[in-house]
Design a protein around this ligand. Structure first.
Ligand code: ADP
Length: 503
């Protein structure tokens, strides 16, 4: 184990827009706390910098207090003060930035989706670096995530390195290339970046719009660029890169795909406080007790204990295959199963469409559509379900298929991105039997998806012993951060060593 402050113990700071469970929208939040904790366990000094959102779960923060310092930071030609709060989340030290700016950037009762998101997060990225600069901390790795904090990379090398703050190296992780932070070039100037210098094809100019692209900037300016699975890293080198494929090819030497892990403390059926009954692979009684409890809670039919229950927990956005999720409702009922969907959509017409379907099915006691975000219910659905669907169009990593397996819910997924790196079809004879763990399909159509569901139902009904062994095997797979954290450690370490040698 490395000790902080020793030659192998690194000082790592994550700058991010989300962190579970205090400010969570999707998988990014899980990664910040999961990876952060895993690095901390390995003996590194890990700190997180987050915005201080009004809507975050304050009860998830220990010892929240405001520091006796005010950090002044540049924005749109002026200096603005920022209150800095500290606290501990999941055992990790976190700095929360509260801007004293008239724009009230993080007082919006939601995390994203504001008209001025570009401004809000470029502001945050600048203050986060200013905080590190003013603190005089000797940071080895500054790790930024997604477009919201991608500004950090060019800001660090073009602004702060010139002030002598240059011993750290920048790692950027893109959790989803669909969101790139594209804006008119002049908007870069808000946070003090030099538009003329950066609005060039080999720097931050978008490859097709002629605007500027912040994710491109982070790819160009970071020392390490990662994405969240090896298959997705391949996919984004062609169409999956959403226009950034050529940039990724130019910078391919520093680009790698590392499969996310899951936080096995949070997602542990044998200790999970949200469950009615805790259980493990060797004692599955609790799994059926949770199924019965969820059916009761949601007023689903419960006369037949063995009727398969299928779960789906997702943001309802086109990426997630909403048309296939919709199809699943009909297909699963046709197959004699029950379906529970927990999901909400930032896209109004999708939310309305699913509200319509929910109304249509309200008297059907085999279907429940719960169109909201609900962490406690998510835990119960993972535990109660026999199968779990993830029919994504593309999926950078996907966490729910891994959580589902840990809870003994067999995944039925489309073979794309991180799903392709974590789910292996039970009937695929080209794959060693010991790694086969679920059901997959390739074509994003109702027929292929339907076939995979039918095969799963067949095993469930006709080969209960095989099914039970599959459930037990899935629950024992190691999806912890242990493997992936070593890959991050290795690239951090190499980069930091080179930086020290250069100094
Ligand atoms: P993405 O980051 O694209 O949303 P991931 O599968 O990587 O997808 O991560 C999604 C995370 O958010 C998982 O932890 C999942 O359980 C959680 N989640 C998604 N929707 C909901 C919801 N409606 N209620 C509770 N948790 C949800």
């Amino acid at each position: 184990m490395a000790l902080p402050g020793t030659s192998s113990g690194l000082h790592i700071v994550h700058i991010a827009a989300e962190m579970a469970p205090v400010a969570k929208v999707g998988g990014l939040a899980d990664v910040i706390s999961g990876l952060g904790k895993a690095l901390q366990k390995k003996g590194h000094l890990v700190e997180i910098i987050l915005p201080k959102y009004d809507c975050m779960q304050h009860n998830q923060i220990n010892n929240l207090k405001v520091l006796d310092v005010v950090v002044k930071s540049y924005f749109e030609g002026n200096m603005f003060a920022n209150k800095i709060w500290t606290g501990t989340v999941e055992g990790l030290p976190v700095y929360f930035i509260e801007p004293q700016h008239p724009g009230k950037f993080f007082w919006r009762a939601q995390y994203y989706g504001e008209h001025d998101d570009f401004k809000r997060f470029s502001y945050f990225s600048r203050v986060a670096l200013e905080l590190l600069y003013q603190s005089g901390k000797k940071v080895d790795i500054i790790h930024c995530h997604d477009w919201q904090t991608a500004f950090v990379a060019p800001l660090y090398w073009d602004v702060y390195a010139n002030l002598g703050f240059n011993s750290a190296r920048i790692c950027f992780t893109c959790h989803n290339f669909e969101y790139q932070g594209i804006a008119p070039a002049q908007d870069l100037a808000y946070c003090g970046l030099d538009v003329d210098h950066l609005d060039r094809p080999d720097r931050m100019r978008d490859n097709s719009h002629g605007r500027i692209n912040v994710v491109k900037g982070a790819v160009v300016y970071s020392n390490i660029v990662t994405t969240v699975s090896p298959t997705y890293a391949q996919e984004v080198r062609s169409e999956g890169g959403r226009g950034l494929q050529d940039t990724l090819k130019v910078h391919s030497k520093k680009f790698v795909g590392i499969l996310n892990g899951i936080d096995t403390d949070t997602w542990n059926p044998s200790t999970d406080r949200f469950l009615k009954v805790q259980y493990s692979a060797n004692d599955l009684y609790g799994k059926s007790a949770n199924k019965a409890a969820l059916r009761k809670q949601l007023k689903l039919a419960s006369t037949q204990a063995s009727q398969p229950l299928v779960g789906c927990i997702t943001r309802l956005v086109p990426q997630k295959g909403v048309h296939l999720i919709r199809h699943a409702i009909y297909k699963i009922t046709e197959l004699g199963g029950q379906f529970v969907l927990l999901g909400s959509s930032p896209v109004q017409h999708i939310q309305r469409e699913f509200e319509g379907i929910a109304d249509q099915f309200q008297n059907n006691n085999n279907v429940r559509l719960l169109l909201k975000y609900d962490d406690a219910l998510a835990h119960m659905i993972f535990a109660a379900s026999d199968m779990f669907i993830v029919p994504s169009m593309f999926e950078p990593c996907g966490l729910t298929q891994m959580v589902a397996m840990r809870y003994g819910s067999v995944p039925v997924v489309r073979r794309t991105g991180g799903l392709n790196d974590s789910v292996f079809d039970l009937d695929d004879e080209t794959i060693p039997m010991e790694v086969r763990n679920g059901f997959t399909f390739l074509k994003a159509d109702e027929q292929d998806f339907g076939n995979a569901l039918e095969r799963a139902f067949n095993y469930y009904h006709r080969k209960p012993e095989v099914w039970k062994q599959l459930v037990q095997k899935d629950m024992k797979i190691d999806f912890s951060w242990d493997t992936s954290v070593s890959q991050y450690e290795e690239i951090y370490q190499k980069t930091a060593t080179r930086a020290r040698a250069a100094a």
